[in-house]
Design a protein around this ligand. Structure first.
Ligand SMILES: [Zn+2]
Length: 336
C-alpha cells in the first residue's frame, strides 16, 4: 500500500534551502503510479498519530528534544546545522532566507508529520505485508542532534514506538541509501532488538573530516562499503550482506527498508558522486531486498530517504511498478 499526501511533503525551497532535491519528487512518483492505477488516492494524514515530545525521547536525548521544542532561535540553530546552511567561514551555504516562504516551525511540523507517516505505514505493513511511504528515511539523525538533512530519526522512533505498544519486539533496518545510515547505527548500537544493515559509498560519508572516534563512525551490525569503481560488484555484495543478516540474526517482526535513490548515476547531489548505479542495477537492488523479505515472510515497510535531482522519481516508480505487477501475478496464481 502506498502512503502519500502532498501536505506531508518536506519542500526545501519553502524555507529558502537550496539543496538539489526536486520538491515534487514524491508527487511525481505518485502521479506516475496513478496513471497505472487510477483508483490510487491520497492517504488521509489525519489518521496518523501526532508525534509528541515523548515519542522523540524514544530515540533522542532530552537536551536535543528540549532545543527543538525550545525558543525559535534554538530551533533555527538546530535546523541550520542539520541542513548544513552555514559554511566554515560563517557564511550562508545553499541558503537564501529571503526566498523562504515559511518558517522553521512549519519545517518542524512537516518533519513530525513525516515521522507519523513512517510510523503509520510501518504499522500497516504488520498486517498487509508491505507498505511504501513516499517520504521519511531520516537516517542520519543522531541521539544528540539532527544531521545530514535529517532532523529526527523517524525510523528508530517508529520502531521503538511499535515496541512500546507491544506490536513488535524486533526489527531489521536495511539501508540501501548511498550514505551510511549512521544515525540509525548510533541510536541502536546498544539495542540488540534492532539490527542494522547498511550498504553505501565506502568513502565520502561520514564526511571525511573528524576522527574514527566520532559517533558517526559507529558501525552498523552489517556494513558493506562500496569503493569508487566497484559498481559491478554491488549486487553480489548486497546479496552477501543479506545472507549474513539471515544467518546471524533471528527473523524480526518487521523490516524497514531505507530505500534511497541517491546511488543512481543521474543523482544530482555532489556528495553521491562516488557511487553510480545504472537504472537497471537500481531495480535489481530493490527487487533483491523485496524478494529476500518476501521469501522469509517478513513484513516490509519502505521509506524514500535520499534521492536528489530531476530523475530520482524514476527509481522509486520502476520499483513500485514492479511490486504492483508481481503481486498481481501472485494473486492470479493463487486464485487459479
Ligand atoms: Zn543519501
Amino acid at each position: 500500500m502506498i502512503f502519500y499526501h502532498p501536505d506531508c511533503d518536506f519542500k526545501f525551497s519553502d524555507y529558502g534551502i537550496e539543496i538539489p532535491v526536486v520538491d515534487d519528487r514524491a508527487s511525481s512518483v505518485f502521479e506516475h503510479l496513478k496513471t497505472l492505477d487510477p483508483s490510487l488516492t491520497y492517504f488521509d494524514p489525519a489518521l496518523t498519530p501526532q508525534i509528541t515530545k515523548e515519542d522523540l525521547l524514544l530515540a533522542h536525548n532530552k537536551d536535543f528534544v528540549d532545543r527543538i521544542f525550545g525558543s525559535y532561535h534554538e530551533l533555527e540553530r538546530e535546523m541550520m546545522s542539520c541542513f548544513e546552511l552555514v559554511d566554515a567561514e560563517g557564511n550562508y551555504h545553499r541558503y537564501n532566507p529571503k526566498k523562504a516562504k515559511k518558517d522553521f516551525n512549519h519545517a518542524l511540523s512537516i518533519v513530525l508529520k513525516q515521522t507519523g507517516m513512517t510510523y503509520y505505514a510501518t504499522k500497516n505493513a504488520l498486517t498487509t505485508g508491505l507498505s511504501y511511504f513516499l517520504g521519511g528515511g531520516m537516517h542520519h539523525a543522531m541521539s544528540f542532534a539532527g544531521r545530514g538533512f535529517c532532523l529526527v530519526n523517524d525510523i528508530v522512533i517508529t520502531l521503538r514506538k511499535l515496541q512500546k505498544e507491544n506490536l513488535i519486539k524486533t526489527a531489521w533496518v536495511i539501508d540501501v541509501d548511498a550514505h551510511k545510515g549512521d544515525g540509525t547505527s548510533e541510536l541502536t548500537a546498544k539495542d540488540a532488538s534492532i539490527v542494522t544493515l547498511s550498504i553505501h559509498m565506502k568513502e565520502g560519508w561520514p564526511l571525511d573530516s573528524g576522527s574514527v572516534g566520532d559517533p558517526w563512525f559507529i558501525p552498523c551490525n552489517i556494513e558493506m562499503g562500496i569503493d569508487v569503481g566497484e559498481e559491478d560488484q554491488y549486487l553480489d555484495r548486497l546479496s552477501t550482506a543479506l545472507n549474513e543478516l539471515d544467518q546471524n540474526y533471528p527473523r524480526p517482526d518487521v523490516a524497514i527498508v531505507v530505500n534511497g535513490a541517491d546511488p543512481y548515476e543521474h543523482d544530482e547531489l555532489q556528495s553521491t558522486d562516488k557511487l553510480k548505479l545504472t537504472r537497471e542495477q537500481m531495480l535489481s537492488r530493490d527487487v533483491l531486498v523485496y524478494q529476500f523479505l518476501l521469501d522469509r515472510k517478513i513484513p516490509q515497510s519502505y521509506v524514500m530517504a535520499g534521492g536528489y535531482g530531476k530523475r530520482s522519481w524514476e527509481i522509486y516508480t520502476q520499483f513500485l511498478k514492479f511490486v504492483r505487477e508481481s503481486s498481481s501475478k501472485r494473486s492470479e496464481v493463487s486464485s487459479r
